[in-house]
Design a protein around this ligand. Structure first.
Ligand SMILES: [Zn+2]
Length: 115
């Protein structure tokens, strides 16, 4: 699935790979920094004693529910810089992230999508 988007330098194609733009053959990525921190924080709630299923399907469900409730924080910087920014803000956002991940884990645990 592709759709056309107009960029300041002309027309660019937005592919179905999330948040990425192909321009002049180079892959430029827009990061949701919040998503990166939430992915890493998922392990924290598992270590903290979450007893529900931790398979890939459930992990993705937990992440999706939590990220829908957390404000996205996009960065157009290169990967390295985006991660530095993520680390700078991680502590500030961590409380909210852990709270939403914990709530999401309870929801997923109560209504698993698989056997
Ligand atoms: Zn599962």
């Amino acid at each position: 699935m592709e759709r056309e988007a107009t960029a300041c330098t002309g027309r660019a194609r937005i592919h179905d790979q999330p948040h990425s733009v192909i321009r002049k053959g180079e892959l430029l990525v827009v990061f949701n920094v919040m998503e990166e921190i939430a992915k890493h924080s998922l392990q924290d709630i598992f270590v903290a004693g979450y007893s529900g299923c931790q398979c890939e399907i459930c992990q993705n469900d937990i992440l999706a529910i939590a990220l829908n409730r957390l404000p996205p924080q996009y960065s157009s910087r290169q990967a390295g810089e985006a991660y530095i920014k993520a680390r700078l803000f991680a502590d500030q956002w961590k409380v909210d992230i852990i709270r939403e991940l914990t709530k999401a884990a309870e929801i997923v645990s109560a209504s698993k999508r698989h056997e």
